[in-house]
Design a protein around this ligand. Structure first.
Ligand code: PHE
Length: 340
């Protein structure tokens, strides 16, 4: 009987260790303890056994069945445990992993540039002020010593508000000089960024709406030397390196003397390249000493107070700093540009 037991139990033990799922278990179960299984076959033998050995054999088969069932039971538990572990592994989440990053976008380059200008001039003690985009012709032109005949007053350049001949969209940030001086006692130092409007066809370097910033410094004994040093300091901090400026005499009605201000080319260091068109200099600002007539128009005594003013395009300085060749990119929504 021992070898009968071995013939059944040993292979069962071997097979039960190999099963991987419930289906395989079922197959194994019916092979051993099912109706047509090995042990049922033995049961059918009982009748054929000599009567005196029948009882003993019956007990043996019963025990064998119990033993096989116990092994199967244990095997089933193992399979279930294994399946559970697999399931857990599959749905396991590492809660210590960092979360999915959400793209939050970038500050627009023009805003970044305005902030850079703020920071540089704040560090030099300048205050930030703002003025309206819809202006009177008096603030935009007359108070700034811009006579009626000046070409800038021509309808070609200026957007007039319909039905009004004295309300316009400001053509530069210079009227903020006037507004500031009218409500502030000198001395003063201000910077004023903002949008300005001109009747220009949009192209790579023109836009009917663009941004400028204005600077105004009023004190006693102010000279062109102060203006030059201030602009050199600003351009050095903004573009990096150590920048030099070149003042070229020019005409703006509200300054005397007036200058076009060039900066030494930050691309070639002044040697000459295609950005500076071989000259080593890049035109960057308009500036000058505040015209005595402007001081008079706001009620300042030009014998007592002097000052300098300067203005430039925000787009212009950003294009140079970031190597942008088409101004229109600032107003389009190309994600690659916005992700700069
Ligand atoms: N307002 C002038 C312009 O728009 C620039 C400027 C400002 C010139 C201040 C001199 C002084 O071109």
């Amino acid at each position: 009987m021992n070898d009968i037991r071995e013939r059944i139990i040993e292979p069962l033990k071997g097979e039960i260790d190999k099963i991987k799922n419930i289906q395989e278990f079922q197959v194994l179960k019916s092979k051993y303890v099912g109706k047509k299984g090995e042990i049922s076959k033995l049961m059918k033998e009982i009748g054929k056994i000599e009567p005196e050995k029948r009882k003993e054999f019956g007990a043996f088969v019963n025990n064998l069945k119990k033993e096989a069932e116990a092994i199967l039971e244990e095997g089933l538990e193992k399979v279930k445990q294994h399946l559970k572990e697999m399931e857990e592994k599959k749905s396991w989440v590492d809660i210590t992993l960092p979360g999915a990053k959400r793209k939050i976008g970038y500050e627009h380059i023009l805003k970044q540039t305005i902030r850079d200008v703020y920071e540089i001039f704040s560090s030099m003690g300048y205050k930030i002020v703002e003025g309206p985009e819809i202006e009177t012709t008096w603030h935009n032109f007359d108070a700034l010593n811009t006579p009626e005949w000046h070409p800038a007053r021509d309808m070609q350049d200026t957007f007039y508000i319909e039905g009004k001949d004295n309300i316009i969209l400001r053509t530069h940030t210079s009227p903020v000089q006037v507004r500031t001086m009218l409500n502030t006692e000198p001395p003063l130092a201000i910077i004023s960024p903002g949008r300005v409007y001109r009747k220009d066809e949009p192209d790579a370097t023109h836009s009917p709406a663009f941004n400028q910033f204005e600077g105004l410094y009023i004190d006693k004994n102010v000279t062109v030397g102060h203006l030059k040093a201030t602009l050199e300091q600003f351009l050095t901090m903004y573009f990096g390196g150590s920048r030099k400026v070149l003042l070229r005499p020019s005409y703006f009605p509200f300054v005397e003397p007036g200058y076009e201000v060039d900066v030494d080319c930050m691309f070639c260091g002044g040697k000459g390249c295609n950005v500076c068109k071989g000259t080593g200099w890049i035109e960057i600002l308009g500036a000058g000493l505040v015209h005595p007539n402007v001081l008079k128009n706001v009620g300042y005594d030009p014998e007592k107070w002097q000052g300098f003013a300067f203005g430039t395009g925000i787009e212009r300085i950003a294009m140079l700093k970031y190597g942008i060749s088409d101004m229109r990119e600032f107003y389009r929504n190309d994600m690659r540009f916005l992700g700069l």
